[in-house]
Design a protein around this ligand. Sequence first.
Ligand SMILES: *[C@@H]1O[C@H](CO)[C@@H](O)[C@H](O)[C@H]1NC(C)=O
Ligand SMILES: *[C@@H]1O[C@H](CO)[C@@H](O)[C@H](O)[C@H]1NC(C)=O
Ligand SMILES: *[C@@H]1O[C@H](CO)[C@@H](O)[C@H](O)[C@H]1NC(C)=O
Ligand SMILES: *[C@@H]1O[C@H](CO)[C@@H](O)[C@H](O)[C@H]1NC(C)=O
Length: 447
Amino acid sequence: MQYRATVAAWFLLLCGAVYGQLQPTTPARYRRLPSLREQAAILDGWRDERLATLPALLTKYRIDAWLISQREYAEDTLWWSIKGATEYAPHRRTVLLFHKNTSSLAGQPNPLRWVDNTGAVWPELRRVLEAYDPHRIALNTDKYIAAGGGLHVGEYEALAEELGERWMERTVNEPLLAVEYVATRVPGQLAYYRDLQEITWALIEEAFSEKVISPGITTTEDVEWWYREKMLLLNVTTWNHPRVSVITPESFPGWSGTKDVIREGDLLHVDFGITAMGMNTDVQHMAYVLRTSQGETDAPQGLKEGLKRANRMQDIVLENMAAGKTGNEVLTESLTQMEVERITGQVYCHPIGDWGHAPGAVMGFTNLPDFVPVLGELRILPNTYYSIELYAYSFIAERNETLRFRVEENVYWNATTERWHFVRGRQERFHLINAHAGHTPSIVVQS
Ligand SMILES: *[C@@H]1O[C@H](CO)[C@@H](O)[C@H](O)[C@H]1NC(C)=O
Ligand SMILES: *[C@@H]1O[C@H](CO)[C@@H](O)[C@H](O)[C@H]1NC(C)=O
Ligand SMILES: *[C@@H]1O[C@H](CO)[C@@H](O)[C@H](O)[C@H]1NC(C)=O
Ligand SMILES: *[C@@H]1O[C@H](CO)[C@@H](O)[C@H](O)[C@H]1NC(C)=O
């Protein structure tokens, strides 16, 4: 026992990470999601749980009523986080009034909802407001935070005309209401989020294998489109076209992959996520194309060290992340710790959930590496999922060049530890593409 404990302690020290080995040892499987009908019941359950938190959330932000007005195809961003599973765009003009469930509205549906194309909603709404007498009415008019800025200008004008000075002077902009409502997760989501995460990894494991890639033939774009087609078979979609790149000193995190034929010795990268059951994933992994023709059986040591550095940066961010800190505080603390450990690189983490880029505090942006105005100044909320996205620079002696080791994994909040933990784990070993000469992928990608 003693001996094994010592070995384990040394093992952790050698890994240089308090978190130990976090890459799952078994391959990811394509999980089958519930039928659409079952999903609808699950999604509506989560939605009801979230709506039930609204009276308390309104109280927290000293709001008496939250008014949302929208028309079909010009919906408020918030719509997508409150609608029923069988609803799509809001019909006609859909007006929602969230309230604190008190006084004249106690026991009434929350939100109250009107669907109208005759103008009948306005006198009704005025009558409800008269009886309820809210002092602070939130409107989604924020200039900076999209989740709290979904009220269209035409709708604002219609409201101003119909409600008049009497109610308009009671309206306030409180974007944190929408941020907290949209970003907050409910416990039942995690089990399914783990499934989505496993599907994401399974896709990457298949894409970054000789089943899909034939060095000298397959291009990075072929792999991108393979992801798109394969997702159809898995009954999931995406919120961003997959980006597959060959990593070179020049390739920078951006909005597209590279356009290369994949060759032996390449370091590959993917930035990609799926959408299903009202949730999104966002993951980046790297792969190495073995020089099989030269008998190579593993990635060069220099590359492995680069990945270790990026893993260490993930630990640093997770060690510093705490609910209540601002995104910029965590960013500064993480960059300072990196300096102590002589790691250079960049951090750009964001909340994830209802959206691939969900509302809430961010830690860095690729173009704002040290400080992010507005979104970086928000406080990190508990009960949220985050995407830990970053790169470490590492010099590769074998290549005489410095590369960016870009990784991204999704983490969930654990209310007991009050920390974020990897949903599935994290990449600590390269996906290896081991294609022998004359090999043809079993899945032929149309170009
Ligand atoms: C996708 O949905 C179809 C239709 O329900 C089903 O036949 C198929 O097995 C599903 N695929 C997966 C991977 O869940
Ligand atoms: C409002 O009150 C009614 C009746 O007490 C209750 O059924 C409903 O769940 C409450 N709604 C919220 C969002 O608290
Ligand atoms: C490594 O690259 C640098 C320029 O990036 C060059 O000056 C140097 O000669 C190279 N060293 C070797 C051993 O090729
Ligand atoms: C949260 O952490 C506690 C303590 O480590 C653990 O027992 C529990 O299983 C974790 N919960 C989740 C959802 O991971």
